[in-house]
Design a protein around this ligand. Structure first.
Ligand code: NA7
Length: 544
């Protein structure tokens, strides 16, 4: 670099979700000139976009949120153990008000391109409203599940009813989600991941006919939601500091620790009693506080899978339907376990029809529905609960180019390569919050994203104090981190199961490469490593 340019902004933060607005707030508090950009009309990120009926948190509400903003939201009271989307969006809005964050943001605006300018050591940013600007630091907080994907079905444009992705619920003229009354309608839901599993029981209540188009069943377990009383909420508020300290010690920042035993170390009776207890407890306990070898040993996993399969058979009256709802292709917990409320009971209703589209795929859509084999399923509404291009999908949709014009999408063609999941060599001053290979994407984002934003703020403060303006990982540090992330993941039972956190690349020679997009080493280990780096003057980063 030879020409010193004073950029328009010190930092551009992409995203106004829970992590992005906090990052923007922290940078401003540290005297930096920040611009935030978001495609949405307001703050909220995932809670802004996902407005489908049944959408709710699957983390305990009290364990999610801005712990770090001590005193900023003292009056906030959660109404339920697992808050619904409207309450979550209100929460983020209250936080945004308290941080007075909107003044930094351009909403309804997308970053089209971000090119690193080698000469000036700045990022040249182009927005879709035509604005060009420069910044020194580019920080993405685009969320691991924001780039929605609708499969490329033949004939979809011919369909005369309403068809939309679950995260793009139709809105009214004021931009508010429309209440779609399913009464008397034939509704199709494609996809049975966490989203489909939340929508299906609600749609089943009123739809004339609900067709669930299932490609792969998931292991789903009860959410066990309940209202939080004033007394409970009072207690929670006095315990916030302890709750934060506790969740920081757990691998995914959920309030659960794994049981220290292996499944094979206990008798069958003890195992069953333990599973019964976990199944009846609210939340993710069955996945995250089960036996410690659940995701490492096939035998241990099979014990729990058999137990949950038994529950599905008990809850679904038609044995043929029950068998179709039991996964056979992946271990319990190798994909994110959808937390359900009356999901299995929905299949006992006469108006709910399970259609196995692995057995007989959807051929095409026609004017009045979906054609499966020779049969047309007449539909008025199609909800694509087909998920997202996970973790890197939102970055792939921006033309990001680093040193020498190198495109990020090419550099990561077969999977990300990063140091701490925060930076990639060749893309100086670009930080990815809750991004690939960092300890936040496979985590309770409400907590982990905030901790990460604090860490990045500290690093930028360190650089500012020393008049440093350039940061990128050393090659050796990046290689070591990336190899360790891949090796950690390969040891788990998750390695062989496709989920949104796996990138699958088909090479021209016919070989297939499968790489994790997430770090599974656990939050405490991740933050320990980040602290070591910070305390050793950011060893592993090239700073100048
Ligand atoms: P997920 O968990 O990725 O689920 C997507 C679902 O859509 C899953 O059942 C997929 O089946 C199905 N899918 C995807 N593409 C197709 C096509 N082409 N045809 C039929 N079915 C398809 O996304 P969610 O939105 O449910 O949940 C995302 C996260 O949100 C979740 O992990 C929580 O953290 C919150 P497949 O299994 O690929 O056969």
């Amino acid at each position: 670099m030879s020409t010193i340019i004073t950029p328009d902004y010190d930092a551009v933060v992409i995203g106004a979700g829970v992590t992005g607005i906090y990052q923007t707030y922290l940078l401003d508090q540290n005297g930096m000139r920040v611009l935030g950009v978001d495609a949405a009309g307001d703050v909220g990120g995932t809670w802004y976009w996902n407005r489908y009926p049944g959408c709710r948190l699957d983390t305990e509400s009290y364990a999610y949120g801005y712990f770090a903003l001590k005193g900023i939201i003292p009056e906030w009271r959660w109404s339920e153990n697992f808050a619904g989307q409207p309450e979550m969006l209100r929460y983020v809005n209250v936080a945004a008000d308290k941080m007075d964050i909107r003044r930094f943001y351009k909403f309804n605006t997308k970053v089209v391109s971000a090119h690193y300018n080698d000469e000036g050591n700045v990022w040249d940013i182009r927005l879709d409203d035509g604005t060009d600007l420069t910044c020194r630091y580019l920080i993405s907080a685009t969320g691991p599940l924001s780039a929605s994907s609708i499969p490329d079905y033949k004939g979809l444009d011919l369909f005369q009813g309403e068809a939309f992705h679950s995260s793009r619920w139709p809105t009214d003229a004021e931009g508010k989600p429309r209440n779609i009354d399913f009464t008397g309608k034939r509704v199709g839901v494609i996809g049975t991941g966490a989203t489909g599993v939340q929508i299906i029981p609600i749609a089943a209540e009123t739809a004339q006919d609900l067709f669930v188009f299932q490609r792969t069943p998931n292991w789903c377990t009860p959410l066990g939601n309940s209202a939080l009383s004033d007394e409970e909420m009072d207690l929670i508020r006095t315990r916030y500091p302890t709750i934060l300290e506790y969740v920081k010690t757990t691998p995914t920042a959920f309030p659960y620790h794994r049981d220290n035993r292996k499944a094979s170390q206990v008798s069958e009776r003890e195992r069953t009693e333990f599973f019964e207890d976990l199944y009846d407890r609210p939340g993710y306990g069955i996945w995250l506080s089960g036996f410690r070898d659940l995701l490492l040993s096939k035998e241990s996993n099979q014990f729990l899978a058999d137990f949950v399969a038994g529950k599905i058979r008990q809850r679904v009256h038609d044995p043929k339907v029950a068998e179709k709802l039991i996964p056979v292709d992946h271990p319990f917990g190798a994909k994110r376990v959808p937390m359900e409320t009356n999901y299995y009971e929905a299949y006992n209703k006469d108006n709910v029809h399970l259609v196995d589209i692995k057995e007989t795929p959807i051929n095409e859509f026609v004017e009045n529905g979906a054609k499966i084999g020779d049969q047309i399923h007449a539909l008025d509404v199609i909800i694509f609960a087909t998920g997202f291009d996970g973790v890197t999908g939102s970055l792939d949709r921006i033309d990001i180019r680093g040193q020498g014009g190198q495109r990020l999408i090419d550099a990561w063609a077969e999977g990300p390569s990063t140091f701490l999941g925060l930076q990639a060599r060749g893309f100086p001053n670009f930080f990815t919050l809750v991004g690939p290979h960092n300890g936040s994407a496979f985590c309770n984002v409400g907590v982990c994203g905030a901790l990460q934003a604090e860490w990045v703020t500290r690093m930028l403060g360190y650089m500012k104090a020393r008049a440093l303006t350039f940061a990128q990982p050393e090659q050796a540090a990046e290689d070591e981190w990336t190899n360790a992330v891949y090796a950690d993941f390969a040891r788990t039972l998750m390695a062989d199961t496709n989920a949104w956190w796996i990138k699958v690349t088909h090479r021209p020679d016919g070989t297939v490469v499968r790489r994790t997009l997430v770090y599974v080493g656990g939050g405490p280990e991740y933050r320990k490593r980040c602290e070591e780096v910070a305390y050793s003057d950011y060893a592993g980063f090239e700073l100048s």
